[in-house]
Design a protein around this ligand. Structure first.
Ligand code: C2E
Ligand code: CA
Ligand code: CA
Length: 785
């Protein structure tokens, strides 16, 4: 809005013309002189590098022209400013205003311009009435829809100014939206970006630019908002040849071809003459534009060196174009400066922002963290950094392609941003990693609450245009709170916490604490060593006896995994099984466990024992159909009677993917194997829920056993769980029996079986065989201490 106003005062303008004329001469002089010097030195010193220099110079020419093309859009923007203030101008008003900004004088390439508006069928009579009341109105030239016919909406040129009023004109009722460029116009409205198209009127050939304009003076961020705020298009037609001619004035041996390509065709605009033997350089100006520069090469002095000659010519050409541009832009040095400022601002923006999502990139974030720390130190407040990572994003890329992956990232960025307050900073670190910075002085919600909010918004599936069903992704977040020596430290700690969140099962957040660093080092070490643990025979099974509560006879043993680490000693399954699950190695190890346990029990059976063997199967193993094959394989190779094998699946594993798990467990059941629900009572599953699985036994979690003696409520809870088992016709087993009093209570509740340290700890196979199996073959009675 401020730009057009500059031209209302005549005196400064005249002054600016002089300044620009002088500036143009100086530019031209320096340019010519500089190019000559450069060409000479290149010819003298470095003919090898001539091509490089030629390329460089052509970049300069190209960027000069790029600015010239951009200028057309700037003119449209200033018209948009006028239209905001005068929403329904008459043609006379528009032309009067256009004269005050000297559009035709300052833009010699401009053929004509005006405003195109969208008119619905219902609005058409009012539109025509308003137009008829305007003596200069477009419709005064006999209004007739082109093409004729009823359509829901028409895109009509309401006001316009033309350089050659006598020349062939667009008919008054020409409907741009029904013409070939209609789609392009609507796309421009939706995207907010200008549309370019080659336009022909009679013999004149030019380029038409349509710039969408919106109420409020800026471009809304979503398609819906853009449609709602849409006012119309400012359309300009210009003749690129004028620009080229200007650039080549007084340059007899140089020619340029500016090509404009749209999806259908290519149109070339030529200027100058290129004698035989000319060299040419082609440059992209923009998606749709390329510039080819031709110049003749002679064979003397500097002219012997083709590169040097091109540099000279192109350098001179660049100076000419620059000088011409300064003259053309001329009346306002401020305009030129603004353009340069915009370019610089644009480049700066590109360097510090992520191209895909437009969010601050790693560089900018690092800078912002340092600022955050300094600010919080000064204000004595506490800031925080959240490191956010999508769970299993690689799967999206692998399954649906990178394009969909990119769209998802854009959607994620938008959604995360929507869940933050203005005071928070969000950036993309690369890949599927984002960072949120929370300023302590603006802490309204704790970082934990922010993390919860982010996890919450991310739980809604993403509706992307190119996937048939909405896409669900989970997120993990690491949080680091407080001061650090450097910004990088805060980020590293948040990353460590993120790693922990992933390790703890994903789709959650964790807050950094210093011990995490050691935990992580140990975890990484274990993860690495586990890879060879099976091959190096460091894994083994121990067996915990299970007794019948009525007569205390030994009925089964549960196989439990142990890892003898070469330097760290014995490692418990609670620590290493989650690592195996995360790395996927659980498949291989689980298969080994099944084989080992079945073989061991088959040997004991061959010696006369009739015990059952219970084997733990991880939820991850149930993610795949081959769990059924692994069980069958263990049974067949060991020769164990399937009726003596029990598979233990935790309640939470059942609930993970109930439909598939039920199918797989039915297949397992068909092998003749029984199924027990492990850690029962911790997963809150209902009777109806359990009924869909072919379950034989409920192993009631040890927290209920240890609570049973402490309060009547706990006893009632145990009773409910046992009753649930009985209603379903299932056997019940109490885990973790540690005291005789617990045993008594369990008997009162008529629990069928029990397992726990009171009865026996898990035992080495040899110990089990020597101390329990051998002495009491077939019907061992527990040796209660
Ligand atoms: P779980 O399946 O619930 O196994 C019972 C755990 O309780 C065992 O711990 C056992 O030593 C312990 N325990 C038994 N009686 C008592 C008692 O009276 N008091 C207390 N406090 N604890 C008792 P362990 O061997 O450390 O195994 C821990 C978990 O690791 C198992 O819990 C199971 O979920 C998993 N696990 C063990 N072996 C395997 C395996 O081969 N495959 C899979 N997928 N998981 C296994
Ligand atoms: Ca178990
Ligand atoms: Ca258990």
């Amino acid at each position: 809005m401020s730009a057009p106003r500059d031209h209302h005062e005549p005196d400064p303008k005249r002054h600016h013309v002089w300044v620009s004329a002088v500036l143009a001469c100086v530019l031209l002089g320096c340019g010519v002189f500089g190019s000559q010097a450069a060409a000479r030195s290149i010819a003298r010193n470095n003919s090898d590098h001539s091509r490089e220099a030629l390329q460089m110079s052509s970049v300069e020419v190209a960027s000069t022209l790029r600015l010239a093309i951009k200028r057309e859009e700037d003119l449209a923007v200033s018209a948009a400013g006028f239209l905001h203030v005068n929403p329904s101008p008459t043609s006379v008003q528009f032309v009067a205003w256009a004269d005050t900004v000297q559009a035709m004088a300052r833009y010699p390439e401009l053929l004509g311009w005006g405003e195109i508006v969208m008119v619905t069928t219902a609005q058409l009579p009012a539109y025509l009435a308003a137009d008829a009341a305007d003596p200069s109105g477009v419709a005064s030239r006999s209004f007739e829809l082109v093409p004729p016919g009823d359509r829901p909406l028409y895109c009509l040129l309401r006001v316009s100014q033309s350089r050659h009023p006598g020349a062939a004109r667009v008919p008054a009722g020409f409907d741009y939206c029904a013409a070939t460029e209609g789609t392009r116009l609507l796309a421009a409205r939706d995207s907010g970006r200008s549309s370019y198209v080659v336009a022909t009127a009679g013999t004149e050939k030019g380029v038409a630019v349509q710039v969408p304009i919106y109420g409020g003076g800026f471009r809304p961020t979503t398609v819906e908002a853009r449609r709602a705020a849409f006012i119309g298009w400012v359309g300009l037609a210009f003749d690129p040849k004028v620009l080229l001619d200007l650039a080549l004035r007084d340059r007899p041996n140089t020619a340029v071809t500016l090509r404009f390509h749209d999806s259908i065709s290519e149109t070339a605009f030529n200027s100058g003459l290129a004698p035989k033997g000319s060299q040419s350089v082609i440059r992209d100006l923009d998606n749709a534009w390329t510039l080819e520069t031709f110049a003749v090469v002679a064979h003397k002095g500097v002219l012997d060196d083709r590169g040097a000659l091109s540099v000279l010519l192109i350098g001179v050409l660049a100076s000419v174009i620059l000088a011409a541009l300064v003259l053309v832009l001329g009346t306002s040095r401020a305009t030129a400066l603004r353009l340069v400022g915009e370019r610089t601002g644009e480049l700066r923006h590109q360097a510090l922002h992520d191209a895909l999502t437009g969010l601050p990139n790693r560089f900018l974030i690092m800078d912002r963290i340092d600022q955050l720390l300094t600010r919080n130190r000064r204000n004595n407040t506490i800031g925080a950094a959240l490191y956010i990572d999508l769970d299993d994003f690689k799967n999206v890329n692998d399954r649906l392609g990178h394009e969909t992956g990119d769209r998802l990232l854009v959607a994620v960025a938008a959604r995360l941003t929507s869940a933050l307050r203005d005071a928070d900073t969000i950036g993309r670190m690369g890949g599927d990693e984002f960072v949120v910075l929370i300023d302590g002085s603006a802490f309204k919600a704790s970082p934990e609450l922010v993390a919860e909010r982010l996890l919450d918004v991310m739980r809604q599936p993403f509706d992307l245009d190119d996937t048939s069903s909405p896409l669900s992704v989970n997120t993990s977040i690491g949080i680091a709170i407080g001061d650090r020596a450097a910004g990088g430290d805060l980020l590293r700690d948040a990353d460590v916490a993120l790693y922990q969140a992933k390790a703890a099962g994903k789709n959650r957040y964790e807050i950094f604490h210093p011990e995490m660093q050691t935990e992580i080092s140990r975890r990484i070490e274990l993860e690495f060593d586990l890879r060879s643990a099976v091959d190096k025979q460091q894994l083994r099974l121990v067996y915990q006896p299970i007794y019948n509560l009525d007569d205390l006879s030994l009925v089964a043993v549960e196989a439990l995994l142990r890892w003898d680490h070469p330097t760290l000693g014995l490692i418990e399954p609670d620590e290493f099984i989650p690592i195996l699950e995360q790395s996927g190695q659980i498949q291989e190890v689980g298969r080994w466990v099944l084989n080992e346990a079945c073989h061991r029990m088959a040997v004991w059976h061959s010696k006369g024992d009739t015990l059952d063997i219970s084997v733990n199967v991880s939820g991850r193993q149930l993610d795949h159909d081959h769990i059924v094959d692994h069980i069958r394989e263990a049974l067949e190779s060991s020769g164990l009677d399937p009726a003596t094998l029990i598979i233990e699946v935790t309640e939470t594993a059942l609930m993970r993917d109930a439909a598939h798990t039920a199918v797989r467990l039915k297949a397992v059941k068909e092998l003749g194997v029984r199924i027990a629900v492990d850690d029962f009572g911790t997963g809150y599953s209902s009777l109806a829920y359990l009924q869909q699985f072919p379950v034989d036994c409920l192993k009631i979690d040890r927290r209920f056993t240890s609570a049973i003696t402490t309060s009547p409520e706990s006893k009632a809870l145990m009773r409910t769980l046992v009753q649930l088992g009985r209603d379903l016709g299932l056997k019940t087993l109490a885990e973790g029996v540690e005291t005789a009093s617990e045993m008594d209570h369990l008997r009162d509740e008529q629990v069928n079986e029990a397992q726990g340290f009171l009865l026996s700890r898990p035992l080495e196979p040899q110990v089990l065989e020597e101390q329990i199996l051998l002495p009491g073959r077939a019907n061992s009675v527990v040796p209660l201490a």
